[in-house]
Design a binder for this molecule. Structure first.
Ligand code: UTP
Length: 472
């Protein structure tokens, strides 16, 4: 491909302005970067970047709240269905049909941590990293179900090497080497505010990971789907690296997904209020999907029912079960999820000078979101979940959705577990309200796991020293 031709056609000649001073290696690097841009779509992307358009998630704009399965079923039919679902889910997990899938390719710009987010120390006492907590959970779930649960981890070019090095150096936290499968997601070029490409250096184009929606392409392109098929995996338990509270293998959720013949299912949690920045589940005609908080008209966001409850209450904690066959089908039909744009600070060359840390957002990243696949399903269901037990996002350095807030939620959840097993008179000898508690997922991965373990009360109480207890 003659790279000069699209560069000229689309007025991107600024990308070649340092060409004459580049070494041969640098020239090939720039050539490669330019060749791997999908120029057929350049105009569409560039126009979208400068337009005022928001993406439409393929849902139309006549939104209704989406129906969901409640967390506590009251009617007997539903109770029966849930009991069947739990059995079905357990059977599938035991049979090795379910894999864990973590998306960890994000840049974590808000957190400002200098390594892949999964390496962030997070557990309240032992400072275990997010990767370690998930690895230990997989170990324990594998043990409980007498199987070897496979773990697929999506990284991006920027953090792939460091992620792999870290996990391997930690000896896979006890998992077997062939239990983990790494895949790298795709990239999208970044644009400046005029819709032009940006030079990251004199010989590199600024690119960024293509969003968690890129996972649905990457699963296919990387060979992960084929690997799943080979290993008998039919269901993908999808979660994000930055939620230490998520139950990564949930028999009820898996069973319900399968019994209802859903292609892709989601958990939901109630929004804390109309202003919470969280995508909400909506229905439009027969289609169900998630509408970003910024795309939901204000008058709908604040609407309440006759009991004063928010009408659009179901928020998305980004937890899904996805059928392997559904991802296969999407890829056969050359699907493309819609792009969403994000205004960002993008280091690059402006006015012939390299600017490493622009103080204002100076460019646009285009990302796809995994939940935009929901309207492409033939069937999708939503299962309500309890926020405090399932969602502790780690997004920011401090304040809301930060390391601190996630730790507090982890402690509160583990205090709840302990409260469930120690009798009140024992509980009095420790000040649970003011204690810091951490329960190792390697040994007890759910509240039921702890309850079923019959761990002696005295042993729990003995673990408390100065109101701090690590329960291994
Ligand atoms: P976020 O949308 O919160 O993005 O990702 P982020 O990159 O982690 O953080 P900011 O916005 O730069 O501060 C939610 C989840 O999706 C993954 C992230 O790793 C996280 O688990 N993700 C996001 C990807 O895997 N790839 C992407 O391109 C974007």
């Amino acid at each position: 491909m003659d790279i000069r031709s699209p560069v000229k056609k689309y007025n991107q000649e600024h990308l070649l302005r340092f060409w004459d001073e580049l070494s041969d290696d640098q020239k090939s690097s720039l050539t490669h970067d330019l060749e791997t841009i999908n120029w057929d779509r350049f105009e569409e992307w560039s126009n979208y970047c400068v337009s005022a358009d928001l993406t439409t998630p393929g849902l139309g704009d006549e939104f209704q709240p989406a129906p969901y399965y409640p967390v506590d079923p009251t009617d007997s039919e539903l109770k029966k269905l849930y009991a069947q679902a739990i059995n079905k889910g357990k059977e599938l997990i035991r049979a090795g049909k379910v894999a864990a899938f973590t998306v960890a390719g994000g840049q974590g710009t808000r957190l400002g941590f200098d390594h892949p987010k999964g390496m962030l120390p997070i557990s309240p006492i032992k400072n275990k990293s997010l990767f370690q907590l998930f690895a230990e959970s997989i170990l324990r779930f594998s043990e409980l179900y007498g199987t070897k649960i496979r773990w697929y981890i999506m990284t991006s070019d920027e953090n792939d090497e460091e992620t792999k090095d870290y996990i391997r150096k930690c000896k896979n936290f006890g998992l077997e080497e062939d239990q983990i499968y790494f895949l790298v997601q795709g990239k999208m070029p970044a644009f400046d505010l005029n819709g032009n490409l940006i030079l990251k250096s004199k010989w590199q184009i600024a690119k960024a990971p293509d969003g968690h929606g890129g996972s649905l392409n990457a699963l296919k392109l990387s060979g992960a789907l084929a690997d799943m098929e080979q290993n008998g995996v039919d269901y993908i338990s999808y979660f994000q690296i930055d939620n230490p509270l998520v139950t990564i293998i949930d028999p009820l959720f898996i069973g319900l997904h399968v019994l209802t013949q859903s292609d892709m299912s989601s958990k939901s949690i109630p929004k804390t209020g109309p202003e919470e920045k969280m995508g909400v589940f909506c229905k439009s005609g027969e289609k169900v999907g998630i509408v970003e908080y910024s795309d939901l008209p204000d008058e709908l966001a604040v609407k309440t029912d006759k009991n004063g409850k928010l009408k659009f209450i179901s928020g998305s904690p980004a937890i899904h079960i996805i059928d392997r066959n559904f991802v296969e089908r999407l890829n056969q039909n050359k699907f493309q999820l819609p792009y969403h744009k994000a205004l960002k600070k993008i280091p690059g060359i402006t006015n012939l000078e390299m600017e490493n840390a622009p103080d204002q957002p100076n460019g646009i990243k285009l990302e796809t979101f995994v939940f935009d696949a929901l309207p492409l399903t033939n069937k999708t269901i939503i299962l309500e979940s309890v926020r405090d037990q399932e969602f502790a996002p780690v997004k920011n350095k401090s304040g809301v959705d930060s390391v601190d807030s996630a730790r507090q939620m982890m402690i509160a959840e583990h205090v709840r577990w302990i409260n469930a097993i120690i009798p009140p008179e024992q509980a009095e000898s420790v000040d649970l309200k003011n204690s810091t508690v951490e329960i190792s997922p390697k040994f007890y991965v759910t509240i039921d796991d702890l309850i079923n373990s019959n761990i002696a009360d005295e042993k729990i109480v003995e673990s408390f020293k100065d109101n701090v207890a690590y329960i291994p």
